[in-house]
Design a binder for this molecule. Structure first.
Ligand code: SF4
Length: 764
C-alpha cells in the first residue's frame, strides 16, 4: 500500500485570504479529484475556481466539463434550500418540522388504511454516488416496509448485477477491465469518452484507452454508433442494436470449437464448462451473421484475436444491459473472460479490492448463499422481483390499475422516473393521480412537480463524500474521503438526518424524533455483527469499546470509519497502526493509493460451492429465447437507441447554462441514406413514433450510425407544466422515454429494453 504524503487542506497560494479544498467529484462514476478555491464573502465563503486536482492519487488532474459546475449547481437559484409543501396547487416554503408533520399527518393514515404496500419508493441513480444515500436509504426502506420498491437499477445495470451474483456470488462482485495493463480491450455498448465509464470506475477513460493504443494494444468497440470511443479505437464493429448476445455467443462457439479454451487461473475453479460448450454449439458465426449484421469471418477473427492476445478483457455496458438479452449478454462477457484465461489476470478482467464496504472482502472466502431471484412478482403483470425490487417498467400500471394492492403514494429519493423510465406519459399521469407523494430532491423537476412535500438535500459542496459503491468497481485500488467544502445553511439538516428522520416518521416514531436514534441503531448493529464474525479483525472484541473508539463521530462518517478500519487495508482497531481509517483519509486529502488491481481468486468468490458458476441454470434456460430471436424480428425499418453526451448526466444537470449552451444536444441521429429516403435534411424535424408514443425532434444527419438506427439521448423533455428549471426549460429537448415501451423488458432481470425499440420515422 502506498500512502501519499499528508497535504494541507488550506493553502495561502493565491492570496492570504483564499482557501483551497479538495473534493472528489460526485457527478459520475469516474470519481475525479477536484481542487476548489474559495474566498471569503460578507456572509461566509464562495467558490472562485474548480479545477482538476493534479495530486489526486486516481485522477491526477483529469476533469471533464461537468466537474467544474459544482459552483453553479450550488448557486443555482432553482435549487431548493428549504422544504416545500403543496398548498392549493402551489409550492410554499415551510419549516422542517412542518414538512415532516405534513408527511406524518397525511401518509401514515393512508398506510394504516391500505397497508404498507400502498406506498412505493423509487430510488434514483444519484444515490449510487452518495454516501448518506447508500447508507441511510436502507433504514428508509426498512421503515417503509413496502414491497413496492423500484429504482433506476432496472433501467440500467440490473442484468450485470444478476450475472455477477450468479457466477461469482455478489451483485457487486463484478470483474472490471484492467485497462491500464491490457493488450486487448473488447468493449460492447459502452462509450466512456462521453460517459466517463460505468461499472468500471476510473477517471480519464479517454487517456487510458489512448494509452492502450499507444502501446500497441487493440481496442475494439462494438456499437451501432461510431461513438467518440469508437473513433479512438483500433476497430469499430457496427453491430445491429440488441444483438450483442449473438456476437458473444458465436465468439464462445468459435473459441470452444477451435480448441482455444485456456482457463488460466480459473482452471480448477469452474463448474459448467461442458454446458456452456453445448449451449454455444449451434451459434456459429454464420448463424448469427444476419442478426448481428456482421460478417461471419469478422466474428471468427474477433474470437481468435481475443483468445490469442497476451492479455485481454471483455467489457459491456449500458448498451448491453438495457437490451432484449441483457442478462445473457452480461453473462457471456464474463464467460469469454473465463474461457480465454483472462479472468483475474493482470490486463484481464479483475476484481477490485475496495477499502470499505465490499462484500467480497468480508466474511468467509469461497462461501456464500445461493442467489434467489423471482421470489415474488408484481401485482398486475406478475413481473419478477430481483434483489428486493420490482422492475421500473411495472410502476405506472401498479399505480393506475384499480384493485386491491394498488399503489396510492410514492416516495422518490433523488429520482426523476417521469423522464427516466419507459412510457413516461403513462407514468406521469399515474403519479399525478396518487393520493400522496414525498420527494427528497433538490429540484422541482418533471416528477417532483407532482409532490405534496419536497425535502431538499444539501448541495454536493455541503456534503462529505466517499464513493462507497463506485470504489468497489475501480480500475485501480484507491480510497478518498472529502469533507464538506461549504457549511450547511441555517437550520438545514444533513442529508442523513433527513433520511433518518423520514424513516422515523414512517415507523410512527413522530415528526420530531431525533434522527440519532436511527444512526446509533445502525452502527451498533454493524459493530455487533462484526464482533460476532470470526473472519473480522475485531472478532470477539467488546462492542461498547469499539463504539467508544468510533466516537465522537456520527452519521455516515462514523460508519465509514468503521468500514475502513475493519476493511482490507484497515488499522483493525489497533491491529495495524499503519492501516487505514477516517483519520488517515482526512490526513490525505488527495486520497490513498492501494495499488494496481490484485489477483483475488479463489478467495473473492462468494458462491455457495466456492466455484465460478459458468453455466447458471436460469441463464442456460434463456438460451432457447436467444435462439428463437433469430427470426425476423430485427427487420423493423428503424430501431431506437440512446446516446450519451459528455455535458449531460441523465436528467438532472440541464439547469446549468454552462452545460447546455451551444448547439442542441437532444437530436435524432440518422444515417444519410435513411435521411435521404425519408426526405430529411440536417436540422429538419422528424416525428419518431413507437407503440406507446411519439416525439418531434430535430434530425442530425451523420454517417456515424448504422442504417436503420435512430439515436436520441434520454433525460430531456423539460417543458412540462409546473417544472421549476428555468434554464432547462429553455433547452427542453424531448423525452425519449415517451417512446420506450413498458411491455418491452428483459425477463430475467425485469430490466427495461431501451436499446433496440422498434420505431417509425417520418418527416414532420
Ligand atoms: S468525469 Fe465525472 S467525476 Fe470526473 S469531473 Fe467529470 S463528472 Fe466529475
Amino acid at each position: 500500500m502506498t500512502i501519499a504524503e499528508p497535504a494541507p487542506t488550506t493553502t495561502e497560494t493565491n492570496t492570504a485570504a483564499t482557501r483551497t479544498a479538495y473534493r472528489t467529484c460526485p457527478l459520475c462514476e469516474a470519481s475525479c479529484g477536484l481542487e476548489i478555491t474559495l474566498r471569503p464573502t460578507p456572509s461566509g465563503e464562495e467558490v472562485v475556481r474548480i479545477r482538476g486536482d493534479r495530486d489526486d492519487v486516481f485522477s491526477k488532474g483529469y476533469i471533464c466539463p461537468k466537474g467544474s459546475t459544482l459552483k453553479q449547481l450550488h448557486e443555482d437559484p432553482d435549487r431548493l434550500r428549504r422544504p416545500v409543501v403543496k398548498r392549493d396547487g402551489a409550492f410554499v416554503e415551510v419549516s422542517w418540522d412542518e414538512a415532516f408533520a405534513e408527511i406524518e399527518q397525511r401518509l401514515l393514515p393512508l398506510l394504516d388504511e391500505h397497508g404498507r404496500d400502498a406506498c412505493a419508493i423509487y430510488v434514483g441513480n444519484p444515490n449510487a454516488h452518495n454516501l448518506a444515500g447508500l447508507l441511510y436509504n436502507r433504514a428508509l426502506l426498512r421503515a417503509l416496509g413496502s414491497t413496492n420498491v423500484f429504482s433506476a437499477s432496472t433501467v440500467d445495470q440490473r442484468p450485470k448485477e444478476i450475472s455477477s451474483a450468479l457466477m461469482f456470488g455478489g451483485g457487486l462482485n463484478v470483474p472490471v477491465p484492467d485497462v491500464d495493463r491490457t493488450d486487448h480491450l473488447l468493449m460492447l455498448g459502452a462509450n466512456p469518452f462521453a460517459s466517463n465509464g460505468s461499472l468500471a470506475t476510473a477517471p480519464d477513460w479517454p487517456g487510458r484507452i489512448e494509452r492502450v493504443v499507444e502501446r500497441g494494444g487493440a481496442v475494439v468497440v462494438v456499437d451501432p454508433r461510431r461513438s467518440r470511443t469508437a473513433e479512438a479505437a483500433t476497430e469499430w464493429v457496427p453491430i445491429r442494436p440488441g444483438a450483442d448476445a449473438y456476437l458473444l455467443m458465436a465468439m464462445v462457439q468459435v473459441i470452444t470449437s477451435e480448441g482455444l479454451v485456456d482457463l488460466g487461473r480459473c482452471g480448477d475453479l469452474v463448474t459448467g464448462l461442458d454446458e456452456v460448450v453445448a449451449a454455444a454449439a449451434p451459434f456459429t458465426p454464420e448463424l448469427v451473421a444476419h442478426a448481428t449484421g456482421l460478417a461471419a469471418d469478422d466474428i471468427r477473427r474477433m474470437a481468435r484475436e481475443l483468445a490469442a492476445a497476451p492479455s485481454a478483457c471483455v467489457y459491456g455496458r449500458i448498451g448491453t444491459t438495457t437490451a432484449e438479452f441483457g442478462t445473457l449478454t452480461s453473462w457471456l462477457v464474463d464467460v469469454l473472460n473465463v474461457l480465454t484465461g483472462n479472468l483475474d489476470r493482470p490486463g484481464g478482467a479483475m476484481f477490485t479490492t475496495a477499502a470499505a464496504g465490499a462484500s467480497n472482502t468480508r466474511g468467509k472466502p469461497r462461501y456464500g448463499r445461493a442467489v434467489k431471484l423471482h421470489r415474488r412478482t408484481s401485482r398486475v403483470r406478475e413481473l419478477p422481483e430481483t434483489f428486493g425490487e420490482l422492475p421500473a417498467v411495472a410502476m405506472a400500471e401498479e399505480m393506475d390499475t384499480p384493485g386491491e394492492g394498488r399503489i396510492r403514494a410514492l416516495v422518490t429519493v433523488a429520482g426523476n422516473p417521469v423522464l427516466s423510465t419507459p412510457n413516461s406519459a403513462r407514468l406521469d399521469a399515474a403519479i399525478a393521480g396518487l393520493d400522496f407523494r414525498v420527494a427528497i430532491d433538490i429540484y422541482v423537476n418533471e416528477t417532483t412537480r407532482h409532490a405534496d412535500v419536497i425535502l431538499p438535500a444539501p448541495s454536493p459542496l455541503q456534503k462529505g463524500h466517499y464513493d462507497l459503491a463506485l470504489l468497489q468497481l475501480a480500475l485501480h485500488d484507491t480510497s478518498n474521503y472529502s469533507e464538506p467544502v461549504l457549511p450547511l445553511d441555517a437550520d438545514q439538516p444533513t442529508e442523513w438526518e433527513v433520511l433518518a428522520r423520514l424513516a422515523l416518521v414512517l415507523q410512527g416514531g413522530g415528526a420530531t424524533a431525533d434522527p440519532a436514534l436511527v444512526d446509533d441503531l445502525m452502527i451498533t448493529s454493524m459493530v455487533q455483527g462484526s464482533v460476532a464474525d470470526e473472519t473480522s479483525p475485531i472478532h470477539g472484541r467488546d462492542v461498547d469499546e469499539i463504539l467508544e473508539e468510533l466516537s465522537p463521530r456520527r452519521g455516515p462518517e462514523r460508519i465509514l470509519d468503521f468500514l475502513l478500519r475493519t476493511g482490507p487495508y484497515g488499522e483493525g482497531f489497533g491491529g495495524d497502526p499503519d492501516g487505514s481509517s477516517m483519520d488517515k483519509l482526512l490526513a490525505n486529502p488527495h486520497g490513498l493509493d492501494h495499488g494496481p488491481l490484485k489477483t483475488r481468486l479463489p478467495d473473492v468468490l462468494r458462491t455457495p460451492d466456492g466455484m465460478i458458476a459458468l453455466a447458471p441454470e436460469i441463464l442456460l434456460a434463456d438460451v432457447a429465447r436467444l435462439h428463437e430471436g433469430l427470426d425476423g424480428r430485427r427487420d423493423h425499418p428503424f430501431v431506437l437507441i440512446g446516446r450519451r453526451d459528455l455535458r449531460s448526466n441523465n436528467s438532472w444537470m440541464h439547469n446549468l447554462s454552462v452545460l447546455v449552451k451551444g448547439k442542441p444536444r437532444c437530436t435524432a441521429h440518422l444515417h444519410p441514406d435513411d435521411a435521404a429516403s425519408l426526405g430529411l435534411d440536417d436540422g429538419d424535424d422528424a416525428i419518431v413514433r413507437s407503440r406507446v408514443g411519439e416525439v418531434r425532434v430535430p434530425v442530425e444527419v451523420t454517417d456515424a450510425i448504422r442504417r436503420g438506427v435512430v439515436s436520441i439521448p434520454h433525460g430531456w423533455g423539460h417543458d412540462l407544466d409546473g417544472v421549476q428549471l428555468e434554464v432547462a426549460a429553455a433547452h427542453a429537448g424531448v423525452n425519449s422515454n415517451l417512446l420506450a415501451d413498458e411491455t418491452f423488458f428483459e425477463p430475467i432481470s425485469g430490466n427495461a429494453v431501451l436499446n433496440g425499440i422498434p420505431v417509425d420515422v417520418q418527416r414532420a
